[in-house]
Design a binder for this molecule. Structure first.
Ligand SMILES: *Cc1c(COP(=O)(O)O)cnc(C)c1O
Length: 390
């Protein structure tokens, strides 16, 4: 996307300043309800609920500004903004299956996407197959006559496996299957799957799109026809709406999206370069490292990788991993990512929890998210921790 288009979208698209006192920032239209001029107006508007302001579960003017910007960023005809990324994932899948259908899904999707297929949709007679989707042939082999959805996440947010988006889109099209991708990792700044032929793009906008760790929000981008269908059914019946106030916060966050994600990316590149050379680091996972197994594909379909990377430490026991993580002073120990603050998520924190299975990833595996802080401050902190490991 041309830089000039991007600035127009982020600064102007969807905003009608002359309608609200020439205010530069859009108003928060904090209302549940809208009145009609007369009965005829009532009738007209009800014929197209998504296109008019009737009730905020459906359409609200503040939310509508955000919808237009997000759709344009993803080269989509239209978008819905919903209450969380999980709602966006669930609504886009549920809207395209019925009892007896089958979903082909990447092997290690986001944890609640996994739960949607294995626990939730299984109750309604929708089956699934998880595939190693690094290979388009494995995806093709998993397609059954009743497959309706191909669900992708490229890269995923811990080990960053990619799918060839153009090849997946072509395969889905050939079989009459709806392709859906979770594009949270790249954001539309670094990857626009609809331009590769993918049908639906979903995001946890909680991450980069909002970027300030103060709102939980999701988006769904697709054709006008698909968005209309999801709106009339999943949006209006499941009611996973977002508040106008939260929408205004996300609009505010979007203004700086390209700056934030680039900074996050640049710092991650620098830290990965240094970590790859450190004797206490056994392995580094980062899609834009020349050592990454799918580096070439990453270069082909992404224009950046953002601030997530993972490492494996060379240590004797889990206690040393805990000591390393507990000793970090500039990284917050937390889930999630995409905000201004740097985070660390150690797999060992998911081991030995009563009532939970241990994760598939090893206990010496640590995911980092690099925020907007000074990269040298962050490096000092990591280096200090590594040097303390015997
Ligand atoms: C966080 C996340 C989600 C879920 O989003 P919420 O906004 O937390 O509901 C979905 N996919 C990915 C890749 C995520 O990181």
């Amino acid at each position: 996307m041309k830089q000039s288009n991007l600035s127009d979208i982020l600064t102007h698209l969807g905003e009608e300043r002359e309608r609200y006192f020439n205010a530069v920032a859009p108003p928060v239209i904090q209302t549940s309800n809208f009145m009609f001029d007369n009965v005829d107006d009532f009738r007209n508007k009800l014929s197209d609920e998504l296109g008019h302001h009737i009730y905020t579960r459906g359409n609200n003017p503040t939310v509508q500004i955000l919808r237009r910007k997000i759709a344009a960023l993803e080269s989509a005809e239209d978008a819905l903004v919903v209450g969380s990324g999980a709602a966006a994932v669930a609504m886009s899948v549920i809207g395209n299956v019925q009892a007896g259908d089958h979903v082909v899904c990447v092997q290690a999707p986001y944890s609640w996407t996994h739960a949607l297929l294995t626990k939730f949709l299984a109750r309604f007679g929708v089956s699934h197959t998880f595939v190693d989707a690094k290979s388009t042939d494995e995806i093709a082999a998993a397609i059954q006559p009743n497959t309706r959805v191909l669900y992708l996440e490229s890269p995923n947010s811990k080990t960053f496996e990619l799918q060839d988006l153009a090849a997946c889109a072509a395969l889905a099209r050939e079989h009459g299957i709806v392709s859906i991708i979770d594009n949270s990792h790249c954001s539309p700044i670094f990857q626009r799957p609809i331009e590769h032929g993918i049908d639906i793009v979903v995001h946890s906008a909680t991450k980069y799109l909002n970027g300030h760790s103060d709102v939980v929000v999701g988006v769904i981008c697709s054709t006008k026809k698909m968005i209309q269908k999801l709106f009339e059914s999943e949006m209006m019946t499941l009611g996973g709406t977002i508040s106008p106030h939260d929408a205004a916060l996300v609009i505010r966050g979007l203004r700086t999206l390209p700056l934030r994600i680039q900074r996050s990316h640049d710092s991650a590149v620098e830290l990965v370069r240094r970590l790859e050379k450190h004797p206490k680091v056994a392995e580094v996972y980062f899609p834009f490292s020349p050592n990454f197994p799918q580096y070439e594909l990453a270069q082909k379909q992404m224009s950046g990788a953002g601030g997530l990377f993972s490492i494996r430490l060379k240590v004797k026991d889990m206690e040393q991993v805990e000591q390393f993580c507990n000793g970090l002073e500039r990284f917050l120990l937390a889930v999630s990512w995409g905000g201004y603050e740097s985070l660390v998520l150690p797999m060992c924190g998911l081991y030995n929890i009563e009532g939970r299975e241990n994760p598939d990833l090893p206990w010496d595996f640590i995911r980092f998210y690099i925020g907007l802080e000074d990269v040298e401050r962050l490096w000092e902190d990591i280096l200090h921790g590594l040097e303390k490991l015997e």
